[in-house]
Write a protein that binds this ligand. Structure first.
Ligand code: ZN
Length: 320
């Protein structure tokens, strides 16, 4: 069996789309590579941030759902997003986040990795984790110099009531490997392992169930090479009794969804065709893009969406 690769994307929930663009593009300096709508709820944006080319494994996406209550972090949910930043950049990032009034919770070391711990404007827990030499495509127009830019997704963190069933599913069905433990944390590696391929699991038998909401993670998508690889892993998920959906065509990739035994929503997403299938690479994110089946409704969809200012125009709250 071919295991899943590393993280493909992480999808989270935000309140206000403009505040989300201002933070992720304006402050963190990620590129908005796709401005689309939630295909299951086309009155809502779906915003995709990534490196300069929208490479798989660099993609953090958001549904802005202003009417949802705040997330309740707890068991059965992914509870943090860890982004890879270059070695030696935490000082730069601490200063930059302070300029923009972002609340910092200081530095932490987990699994031997130094991280700056912060939260986005909606309270989503973020870790900026120092990594060595991770390849990425810089975004030339980022407000952050290429030498300090975010390299991509580093790790996902989930909290489950019982480690056993989740571990067995991860290793037997998806091909993860258990590679480390520290305190209440167990680290699993997908595919080749390394930055972008980590899943950190925390067992919390007495923890309250989590609830989706603003400032929370919605789902974790894992890389599969192509349709055939996806079908192979999907079959195994089905044999394990996890009721995967049929493949859904998300136009930029194909997706299969299911819950792992601890309750966390997982997706298997194909590497291709990718974000450049319907926009030139240098135009990525510059206008609202709809999959072909929603194109006939463009006028109505656009009239329901709030306007979005991009590139964002953000000012430091403290002079640098
Ligand atoms: Zn997804």
């Amino acid at each position: 069996m071919e295991a899943v690769g590393g993280l493909h994307h992480i999808t989270c929930i935000a309140r206000d789309p403009q505040a989300n663009v201002d933070f992720y593009a304006g402050v963190l300096g990620l590129r908005l590579v796709k401005r689309s709508v939630n295909q299951d709820d086309p009155g809502t944006y779906h915003l995709f941030y990534a490196d300069g080319h929208g490479s798989p494994g660099t993609d953090l996406t958001f549904f802005p759902w202003p009417d949802l209550p705040p997330a309740r972090q707890g068991v059965g949910l992914a509870v943090e997003v860890a982004l890879a930043v270059p070695h030696g950049s935490l000082g730069f990032w601490a200063e930059r986040l302070r300029w923009f009034g972002v609340a910092l919770r200081g530095e932490e070391v987990r699994f031997g990795e130094r991280a700056l711990v912060a939260a986005d404007p909606d309270g989503l827990p973020l870790r900026l984790v120092e990594v060595q030499d991770r390849p990425f495509v810089p975004w030339e127009e980022s407000p952050v110099p290429a030498s300090w830019q975010v390299r991509g997704l580093h790790a996902a963190t989930v909290r489950v009531a019982f480690l056993g069933p989740t571990e067995q599913f991860l290793t037997d069905v998806l091909g993860f490997r258990r590679v480390a433990e520290e305190g209440s944390w167990v680290r699993f590696a997908a595919g080749p392992g390394g930055s972008g391929c980590w899943l950190d699991v925390q067992e919390d038998p007495l923890g309250e169930p989590g609830r989706w909401g603003v400032g929370g993670v919605h789902h974790l998508a894992w890389r599969v090479r192509d349709d055939a690889h996806q079908a192979q892993v999907r079959r195994r998920v089905s044999w394990a009794g996890r009721n995967p959906t049929p493949p859904v065509d998300r136009f930029w990739f194909k997706s299969v969804y299911f819950r792992e035994p601890g309750g966390v929503l997982f997706e298997l997403a194909t590497d291709g065709p990718g974000f450049a299938v319907d926009e030139e690479v240098d135009r990525l994110g510059s206008s609202l893009v709809l999959p072909p089946w929603l194109e006939p409704y463009r006028a109505r969809i656009e009239s329901q969406l709030p306007p979005l200012r991009y590139p964002p125009d953000v000012e430091p709250v403290r002079p640098g």
